[in-house]
Design a protein around this ligand. Structure first.
Ligand code: DCS
Length: 481
């Protein structure tokens, strides 16, 4: 019998090339250890509910009622659900044609796209057009749809920050394009230097790559930095000069833990800049229900908004979205609830504010505990998590540790993270999964473990790190004597 199309040897090479570290070797080993009965702290994924974060009550009430519309006809409903949840469930059900069991328009329900547009207008002060907003199954699907439209082949490049969230590297290689890295400056709190951008583009062009788009992640994953308005202006100017589509990944816009640099959207800055930039730079912005104080990762809700994209292209993107018929309808309702939250005076408002504030304030404290904890460890330096959900400490591995890793046929940071996992049960992602400068090593952890568990996690990390550094550093100094 001959080789079949799904035999490994003949698979699409782009599929085999893809690497996705967030669920890579470390995660697999952690799952194995868990099966063997070891207690694992899964800090490899920004998945808040998996680490004990409770869902906000009001949105769950609304979606529960939408899922069980027969409850709305039962007199008992008023005893179990507040009137504002009942009203909101009816509001969303009236937007559907047949409730949650029916496909929606492939761009999402028009009524919810309108709520998204109103949210963007309130946030940025500029009107937004619901026809240019598509609802998606998480931000990931939207990013993939847009990269699919941009990448025509290997000669097409996309500028991606390094370190970056591997959705970008993985999708670019899946679609057969070229990733063009631009390095964030760790010593400048992971700031973005436009000169680095120019250099990256020049080098790519020298290799014959057509650079077509630029990704920014703001706030950053895994780096946690918040871009300043001045920086965003420089980026927009750069995209204008170089004729690049700007992809603004803004999924962490609610997750801000400092007051000096509040979140500001790429779209607002672009509109503030006025023509020609506001009229000409093509921008696609992404958002999600997975992050913020929502953390509803499992619901898979997201949207993207297009600015300065010609109608014919929008039609093509609509056509491609139609192949999958419809985004998840329950997730669309979560998105509606996120962008159109309760208002002062609503029955459930106070509870909603208490819950959401509680989550954000605790995240802010956890960001601080983690950064301080890492910075108190030997050979570890860590920038403060200004936003997003991660801490990304640099681990200065002694030469002996690097040698030991090589002997074990592991990338040095993978070696370190595996040892950390075996010793403490803390499951992280090695920095190499996000990209880092040559010879520099990091790990990424989320700041999501429960606040009361943090001191213990940090002290167990410190104990492990002390032992690790002692083991390899001692050998190093002895061998040099
Ligand atoms: N963009 C960024 C920067 C992300 O960090 C994530 C998820 C996404 C998009 C996609 O999210 P959704 O598809 O759920 O909307 N972050 C992953 C991570 O780094 N850990 O957990 C998930």
């Amino acid at each position: 019998m001959g080789i079949k199309a799904l035999d490994y040897e003949t698979l699409n090479e782009n599929v085999k090339k893809v690497q996705y570290a967030v669920r890579g070797e470390l995660y697999l080993r952690a799952s194995e250890l868990q099966k063997e009965g070891k207690k694992i702290i899964f800090t490899n994924v920004g998945n808040p509910h998996a680490l004990g974060q409770k869902p906000l009550t009001f949105p769950r009430q609304v979606v529960a009622l939408c899922q069980a519309p027969f409850l709305l006809d039962d007199p008992i409903v008023g005893l179990i659900f507040p009137a504002d949840a009942i009203a909101r469930a009816k509001h969303y059900l009236s937007m559907t044609s047949g409730g949650l069991g029916a496909y929606s328009d492939s761009r999402g329900l028009p009524g919810i796209r309108k709520e998204v547009a109103e949210f963007i207008k309130r946030r940025d002060g500029y009107p937004s057009d619901p026809e240019l907003i598509f609802l998606t199954d998480g931000a990931s699907k939207g990013v993939m749809q847009i990269l699919n439209c941009i990448i025509r082949g290997q000669g097409d490049g996309v500028l991606v920050p390094v370190p970056q969230y591997p959705l970008y590297s993985a999708t670019i290689s899946l679609f057969g394009g070229s990733l063009v890295p631009y390095y964030l400056e760790e010593t400048a709190n992971w700031g973005l230097d436009v000169n680095n951008l120019r250099q990256s583009v020049a080098e790519a062009r020298f290799k014959g790559i057509t650079v077509r788009a630029m990704v920014i992640i703001n706030p950053g994953n895994p780096t946690g930095q918040c871009l300043s308005e001045a920086n965003l202006r420089e980026i927009l100017n750069f995209c204008y000069q170089e004729n690049l589509v700007l992809l603004g990944d803004e999924v962490y816009q609610q997750n801000i833990y400092q007051d000096e640099r509040p979140f500001i959207s790429a779209r607002k800055v672009m509109m503030d800049m006025g023509p020609p930039i506001s009229k000409e730079v093509q921008l696609v912005s992404f958002h999600t229900v997975s992050k913020g104080y929502w953390g509803e990762c499992g619901q898979r809700g997201g949207y993207f908004e297009m600015t300065n994209i010609p109608p014919q292209t929008v039609d093509e993107i609509y056509k491609i979205a139609s192949i999958s018929l419809s985004p998840n309808v329950p997730a669309q309702i979560f998105m509606g609830l996120m962008v159109n939250p309760l208002k002062p005076g609503d029955i459930s408002y106070e509870q909603y504010v208490r819950e959401s504030k509680g989550i954000l304030e605790s995240l802010r404290r956890r960001a601080r505990i983690m950064t301080d904890g890492f910075n108190s460890c030997k050979n570890v330096v860590c920038n403060f998590t200004e936003g997003a959900m991660y801490s990304f400490p640099q681990i200065r591995l002694p030469p002996k540790a690097i040698e030991a890793a090589e002997k074990a046929e592991k990338v040095p940071d993978v070696f370190y993270c595996l040892k950390l996992l075996e010793a403490t049960g803390i499951s992280t992602v090695p920095g190499s999964g996000f990209g880092q400068k040559e010879g520099v090593f990091h790990l990424r952890t989320t700041i999501l473990p429960a606040e009361e568990d943090m001191p213990e996690i940090m002290s167990s990390f410190k104990k492990f790190n002390d032992q690790f550094m002692e083991q390899y550093e001692d050998n190093w100094s002895h061998s040099r004597m």
